[in-house]
Design a protein around this ligand. Structure first.
Ligand code: ADP
Length: 496
């Protein structure tokens, strides 16, 4: 099948989180299965800093934005280690900025215009490049207008009249909501600005638009697919989602073991390891990590880690509270890597300053350190308020770093809590808890640390996790089935 991914992020070109990982890996897996994926992204500044050859196609496009016509250029590259073509829409005024979506906790004020331009540019690029597309796979709010364009402005124009759209929600909380007058930028008729389609509490909502107009909708884990049907995780969109219930699917993300595998990870130097050599390999990675972040080198102290966007979603308020308490009464060490909300920069930075012998905090985005933490830590914390899928727990399992998670979304689908029963059966892979409280997290950490002291039981837990296969194999196959279903729905005219 010919699938065009319209996305703001794809590793290694642009990434702020899991969306980038997914759009960098899934197309490569689809190509391995014999399909023809292609990607199109905005040419953000990050894209040019990725160190990958990008060339001009010589094609210039022009897109109506409100009363203006805005020009862009189409550039071309490839997903590394594949033949998958990647196109970029270059428009320096919109995309040549320090960040993808905003700075210092504030969204860019013209995000509606930036991603309206991108959405329409996708259509112009399909024509200019003569791309064959059967399914337009649109990701998250940035691409939410695309299914609407397909069903409105472009619906009768070949080749668009035969293209189906799949809209994937990676995180429902980021909705792309803008004031209603921005509707004029889109060129879409005001009649669609109604409570069933594009309007959301008086605003224009890109997320709701994607959900309402796509031929099929998916999200990134089965549990999240059911959680978003009701408040609070529906984020106000329960009506729109319930309306599409028959067309909503949950497919778990996979881990890209080409990038995330302790047996081949170039960030680990000579300390690479697999399930058979993990004891020595991991011990060496732990020493290297303790040195790297300036913690006392000690093989016996449990080393607890978290890596992620410093957002409320990720449970850093619980982590901060528990770290503060534990720093006074336990010998556990902590390493935290993340950037995001200034309030967490402040709190976490202060904790590290107060307890430098136990807590190391790096407030930056570092892929290298993220890999070294996955390899060097004993336990990985994800006490998320909600987690559509989560990738770090999958990486942690592969690296023999026991995940400690709140049982929500994809975390509930992928981590088996250690109970006397699951430990005896050899099915336990981590620890999980339900209540979103620092007490529940703290109790779970006590459970984990007491098992950590029992070396044989800990080894069994680690090995069970390392032997699991959370690669894309299975999920890519599920996407192919969903693409087929999406096409047949489009041709039956599911939306009326
Ligand atoms: P989300 O998409 O909600 O941010 P995921 O767990 O799905 O969460 O994916 C997060 C991805 O981003 C992982 O690959 C993680 O390692 C990476 N990541 C997040 N913050 C950082 C950071 N500060 N430095 C390096 N990698 C990070």
């Amino acid at each position: 099948m010919n699938i065009l991914f319209a996305t703001a992020e794809a590793v290694p070109f642009a990434k702020t989180g899991g969306l980038g990982d997914v759009c960098g890996s899934l197309p490569r897996e689809l190509a391995k299965l014999g399909h023809q994926p292609t990607l199109i992204l905005p040419a953000f500044r990050q894209v040019f800093e990725a160190g990958i050859h990008i060339e001009s196609t010589g094609i210039t496009i022009e897109v109506p934005i409100g009363q203006k016509r805005v020009q862009g250029r189409i550039l071309r590259s490839q997903l590394p280690n594949s033949e998958v073509p990647v196109y970029f829409v270059e428009q320096a005024n919109y995309y040549d900025r320090p960040q993808l979506y905003g700075e210092d906790g504030e969204d860019y004020r013209d995000n509606c215009e930036r991603f309206t331009f991108f959405s329409r540019a996708v259509f112009e690029a399909i024509v200019a490049l003569d791309l064959e597309v059967e399914v337009l796979h649109c990701h998250d709010w940035c691409a939410g207008l695309i299914p609407a364009y397909l069903k409105t402005l472009y619906s009768e124009r070949p080749p668009f009249d035969s293209i189906a759209s799949l809209y994937t929600i990676h995180n429902l909380a980021y909705q792309g909501n803008f004031w209603h007058w921005d509707m004029a930028l889109t060129g879409i008729d005001w009649k669609y600005f109604n409570w069933r389609q594009m309007e959301f509490y008086g605003n224009l909502s890109f997320m709701k638009t994607g959900i309402s107009f796509a031929d099929a909708v998916s999200t990134v884990s089965p549990t999240y697919a059911s959680e978003i049907m009701r408040p609070p995780l529906s984020c106000g969109l329960e009506g729109a989602l319930q309306h599409r219930q028959e067309d909503l699917f949950g497919i778990l993300n996979g881990a890209d073991y080409a990038h995330w595998n302790p047996a081949t990870d170039s960030f680990l130097g000579k300390n690479i390891y697999d399930a058979t050599s993990y004891e020595t390999g991991k011990a060496a990675c732990k020493v290297a990590l303790q040195r790297e972040v300036g913690l006392p080198v000690d093989p016996d102290k449990p080393l607890l880690a978290a890596v992620g966007r410093l957002a409320d979603q990720k449970g850093f308020d619980l982590i901060a509270r528990v770290m503060k308490q534990w720093a006074q009464q336990s010998d556990a060490q902590w390493v935290i890597l993340g950037t995001g909300d200034p309030k967490y920069h402040q709190v976490l930075g202060q904790l590290a300053a107060d307890h430098p012998e136990k807590i190391a905090v790096r407030l930056e985005f570092s892929n290298e350190l993220a890999h070294q933490i996955e390899a060097g830590a004993d336990m990985f914390l994800m006490p998320s308020q909600y987690e559509p899928c989560g990738l770090n727990q999958l990486y942690s399992l592969k690296y023999g770093t026991v995940p400690i998670v709140r049982a929500t979304g994809g975390l509930a689908d992928t981590v088996v809590d250690s109970t006397s029963e699951t430990l005896a059966q050899g099915t336990a892979t981590g620890f999980s808890f339900s209540e979103y409280t620092s007490l529940a997290l703290s109790e779970t950490l006590y459970r984990a640390c007491s098992l950590f002291a029992d070396k044989a039981a800990w080894q069994q837990l680690v090995k069970t996790g390392m032997q699991q296969d959370w690669s894309w194999n299975h999920s890519a196959q599920q996407y192919v089935e969903l693409y087929e279903k999406t096409c047949s729905r489009a041709h039956q005219g599911v939306l009326s």
